[in-house]
Design a protein around this ligand. Structure first.
Ligand SMILES: [Zn+2]
Length: 289
């Protein structure tokens, strides 16, 4: 994605993987082929690969640089986690892009996780001498406290892979004293703050960024695909609470449609950043090019 600049803030992407990935019929329980075919010509060409019938999906981290802080939002799957295919992506691309963005692990002040799923908190930790330790030694990590507690509880119940995800990527951050366990009205400063969008996970949040009279929102997994702007009620099979996810999605889309807010979903492919327009009770996704 092209760097987004709003006011004094820049936002860049560090990509772990991208390309054709999943069939829509495998992701949406409400999937209807006729409806999908009707919407397809109204959507941006980058989001679907007609040759394979697969949706194009990216896994990435956003780097937010404000005048005061260097912030990462969501940290992909990470390295050495031992996750099974297809989530065992090669690590070199993420590390290479991180470095190419002029960053070092020491340079990160804050890590925000929109939620604590496997592909959003992986680089939180690295394996050193057999121990999971924070990757970013100076950073504070912002986790929603009830999201953290929900995955702690799931881990106690033996749920796996959430068990490993929490144990590998989240608990070591708290143990190291680097976690800020916050509520969903958390505000870092007048540039960066959270807003609640639960449903995909127990306490999923968006990360809002404002500068120079402009606003951008990292929307995590509030939407996985632009099809969900055409059909906001189509939740994915990955959602914790499909109904609540749909309510959060529609509320968000209603709020930001036609406002010029830059929307940055983690899984949308290049050029990733988009604007949302209202279209009756649906929405249209337009990439910023
Ligand atoms: Zn995700």
């Amino acid at each position: 994605m092209r760097q987004l600049r709003i006011g004094d803030v820049t936002i860049d992407a560090v990509i772990e993987r991208c390309g054709p990935w999943r069939r829509p019929q495998d992701c949406f329980s409400a999937y209807d082929e006729a409806i999908f075919r009707r919407h397809l010509p109204t959507m941006e060409p980058e989001i679907f690969d007609p040759a394979t019938g697969l949706m194009v999906i990216t896994y990435q981290t956003f780097v937010v640089r404000t005048p005061h802080h260097t912030i990462l939002v969501d940290t992909c799957t990470g390295e050495d986690k031992g996750y099974p295919a297809p989530l065992d992506f090669p690590k070199q691309r993420w590390l290479g892009e991180f470095k190419a963005a002029g960053l070092t692990f020491d340079a990160i002040d804050y890590v925000f996780c929109t939620h604590l799923h496997i592909d959003h908190c992986g680089w939180n930790t690295v394996l050193r001498n057999g121990q999971w330790v924070p990757t970013f030694p100076r950073a504070k990590y912002v986790f929603h406290k009830k999201e953290y507690a929900a995955w702690e509880e799931a881990t106690k119940q033996g749920a796996n892979p959430p068990g490993d995800v929490w144990r590998f990527n989240c608990e070591p951050i708290v143990a190291a004293g680097q976690a800020l366990l916050v509520d969903d009205d958390y505000t870092l400063d007048d540039t960066v703050w959270l807003s609640p969008t639960p449903g995909h996970s127990p306490c999923h949040c968006c990360v809002n960024i404002k500068s120079g009279g402009q606003r951008a929102v990292v929307t995590g997994d509030l939407m996985h695909h632009a099809l969900q702007c055409r059909e906001p009620d189509w939740s994915t099979i990955f959602d914790w609470d499909a109904k609540e996810a749909a309510v959060s999605r529609r509320r968000f889309l209603n709020e930001i449609a036609d406002t010029g807010t830059f929307v940055m979903p983690i899984h949308f492919p290049n050029p990733t950043t988009g604007l949302v327009e209202a279209d009756g009770n649906r929405f249209t996704w337009k990439f910023v090019r």
